[in-house]
Design a protein around this ligand. Structure first.
Ligand code: HEM
Ligand code: HEM
Length: 181
């Protein structure tokens, strides 16, 4: 989850601080205040390079995301063999849809990152890019809805649901253990 927050944060930070044209203009202005002029191609190249360096954070987080997603899918598969899912069917359906989109994000992200090595045509690259962008909108929407849902459950019918997610024990188990002590 923290990794997904990180990935979303890199997208917002890039849009806020690493716009190529805006930064190129900024470099030009700084150069003027220092008393020299930059070739416009140089300031554009500098702005592009700084954006690419920052975007490496997104790709690193992306690889961690892929690794954790594989672990999570294996653990879900294992636990479903042993016990039936505990959530209502509609919620499980939404979670499964979310996992489907996460897998699409992982595959499209990996493809985009390796596109130069894979010799992809521009059409395939552009298509994968828009798939990745649409997935981003879903992930954002899901994250907002999910946080509202969790908050509602925590304050309403399921107090302790957040700490339960952190330590993995059900509130019932904790209360029983406390009674034994
Ligand atoms: C929940 C997961 C993810 C989200 C929400 C996300 C979001 C985004 C967004 C919004 C963009 C910008 C699209 C644009 O240029 O406007 C992007 C680009 C990119 N993402 Fe992700 N991403 C995720 C996972 C990944 C993963 C797993 C990888 C691969 C390791 C990855 C690699 C990339 C690359 C290489 C680009 C640049 C594409 C290009 O400009 O050609 N992303 N991502
Ligand atoms: C501080 C932020 C977050 C909190 C406190 C939180 C809390 C929770 C809780 C309590 C559950 C269990 C709900 C249930 O039993 O039905 C859950 C499940 C889940 N969360 Fe989050 N969440 C957070 C952020 C996120 C984010 C950013 C994502 C990804 C976009 C995410 C994806 C999921 C998914 C896919 C599940 C279903 C897990 C499963 O049962 O397989 N969460 N979360």
């Amino acid at each position: 989850m923290l990794v997904v927050f990180g990935l979303l944060a890199t997208v917002f930070a890039r849009d806020a601080f690493f716009k190529v044209k805006k930064n190129a203009q900024f470099f030009d202005n700084v150069a003027v205040t220092k008393g020299y002029a930059l070739d416009p191609n140089v300031s554009l190249a500098l702005a592009r390079e700084s954006k690419d360096r920052f975007w490496a954070v997104h790709v690193w987080l992306g690889y961690i995301f892929c690794f954790l997603l594989v672990l999570r899918c294996v653990s879900i598969f294992e636990s479903q063999k042993k016990t039936a899912p505990q959530e209502p069917r509609s919620l499980r359906l939404l979670y499964n849809l979310a996992y489907g989109i996460f897998i699409i994000m992982a595959l499209s992200g990996l493809t985009l990152n390796l596109s130069a090595n894979l010799n992809l045509s521009t059409d395939v690259h552009d298509w994968t890019h828009s798939l990745h962008e649409w997935g981003f909108r879903f992930v954002l929407g899901f994250a907002v809805l999910h946080l509202l849902g969790v908050l509602r459950a925590e304050l309403g019918k399921q107090p302790g649901i957040v700490s339960q997610m952190i330590h993995g024990k059900k509130l019932q188990q904790i209360q029983n253990a406390a009674k034994k002590d």
